[in-house]
Ligand binder design. Sequence first.
Ligand SMILES: Nc1ncnc2c1ncn2[C@@H]1O[C@H](COP(=O)(O)OP(=O)(O)O)[C@@H](O)[C@H]1O
Ligand SMILES: [Mg+2]
Length: 617
Amino acid sequence: MEDLSRPGSRSDSPSSRSRRGGRPDPADVRQLADSPVSLRRVARLFAPHRSTLTVVVALIVLSSTVSLAQPFLVRHVIDEALPRQDVRLLLVLVGAMLAVAIATAAIGVVQTWLSTSVGQQVMHRLRSDLFAHLQRQSLDFFTRTRGGEVQSRLVNDIGSMQGVVTQTATSIAANVTVVAGTAVAMVALSWRLALISLVVLPPAVLLTRQVARMRHRITGERQRRLADLHVQIEEGLSVSGVLLSKTLGASPRLTARFDETSSDLVGLEIRSRLAGRWRMATMNVVFAAVPAAIYLAAGLPATSGGMTIGTLVAFIALQGNLFRPLMGLLNVGVDLTASMALFSRIFEYADLPVDLVEASDPTRLERTSARGEVRFDGVGFGYDPDRPVLAGIDLVVSAGSTLALVGETGSGKSTLASLVPRLRDVTTGSVTIDGVDVRDLASADLAELVGVVTQETYLMHASVRDNLRHARPDATDAEIEDACRRARIHELVASLPDGYDTLVGSRGHRFSGGEQQRLAIARTLLRDPAVLVLDEATSALDNETERAILETFASVSATRTTITIAHRLSTVRDADQIAVLHDGRVVELGTHEELLLRGGRYADLVRGGLERERSAA
Ligand SMILES: Nc1ncnc2c1ncn2[C@@H]1O[C@H](COP(=O)(O)OP(=O)(O)O)[C@@H](O)[C@H]1O
Ligand SMILES: [Mg+2]
């Protein structure tokens, strides 16, 4: 019943947050406070694309400048061409207006193409490097990290980087040039009107921003309540959720809570709609009011300064261009925080030290020359340095022999076995294969030497054949079938409509736990490792199949050393040595008969039924 109480998983991926709104996301601010990012480091990522980026900036400046010609052309049309009915001049001016529009549009396309490809290339580099770096992390890193977190950083954070970074950078560049250029042009057209705009524009911009912030706040609240509603639906209407609420008699409480959340949403939805309307309304009023104020100023003798109608129209057009870039610049802080937080999350992973360091000058030990003797010398290990899980373990598993590890759940069997394929490193002492410390072996050699089958098998979403070939890419079809025959799974696979091409997993054939285990065993047999580590590898199999498979394991290679963890007496009995673990120490060591005679812990385990221990595991 344990996992029924697990809360519904909430999706709060960092990139799903919205950036449009007046204030930086608190989670982003926290992220940056926890692990600050230096601008120089971000710049280094873009350094290889320096020349492209220079072109991008040049294009932005060019297109903003070119588009500034528009109002001056309008002024000419109104003040010169129209009153004089000069058709030739009119044609030239109109043609120029069209040319300016086409030129800025074309520049925009090129600029987007360049900046997107730089963004994508930087993203691709980061993504690949991070993937490789994370692959080198130890198993414990992945056990420690919240499920989905690693994937989210790799896919979402780096994915949104393209949008956030290139957009932030280009919009800052564009907004700055537009605001600066427009301001210069406005002064050039009429310094009086420019002064007036200086008085009218800022309050208008600030008012709009205030309303936008209010709307953002309400929308955020609505989003959160909506997420609550989703979680409650998930918890209350899923099979396990319903099972839990029925068995706990929690249905009335859940219904009441749902009712409350749902009614909260009514008010929030209304406020959020209204806030949206308010925003539109303010914008409309502002967009009407600012030109009105300028017309007024232009009409009053005190402020007009004898300007032409053309100047006035051109000026009105110019100030209209100013509004959005100004709003954009006010949000620069928010955009920058969001971008830097993304980098911070990505760098945090990129900076993780690799806790399993590959030997710089690895000793070679090839499968063909390896005998497969495994020694544990004074091995100690702790997940947490203050709390040792294993201590003082000395064991010699001579080449070709079998060591069985038994002991209660939590006694350290899996941890000890995981030191051989170097899923983690010893804290003290050493683990050696044929006298070579596993830490001195090249990881490729070690993977070749040691095969691991655990209770939890992992099969990829691919065909049976590809799953097996993943273990040995050069395996022939005949070898694959042979491995499956030995793992007692060939008959079943062959009987499926698609045979070895059957897809494994949720969208393909759902193999049972025992069948998956046999596939995993076939996969390992295909590799034919010198040292085999079986951690409850046959736990999901019936006695008979287990026996058959263990016989295959024993018979295929005389030089194979096996370290097996099992709860079944039948599996343990024939081992050359049995080590009984208790609290991370070997408390008894010997053969089945010897240990039974001793009448110690092993004898107790056997009497209590090694077999039944499994249900407690
Ligand atoms: N990834 C881990 N992080 C921290 N502690 C762990 C981890 N895995 C196992 N342990 C702890 O180490 C001890 C030994 O676990 P394990 O080797 O799995 O025992 P066994 O396989 O004999 O049941 C237990 O106390 C367990 O809680
Ligand atoms: Mg275990």
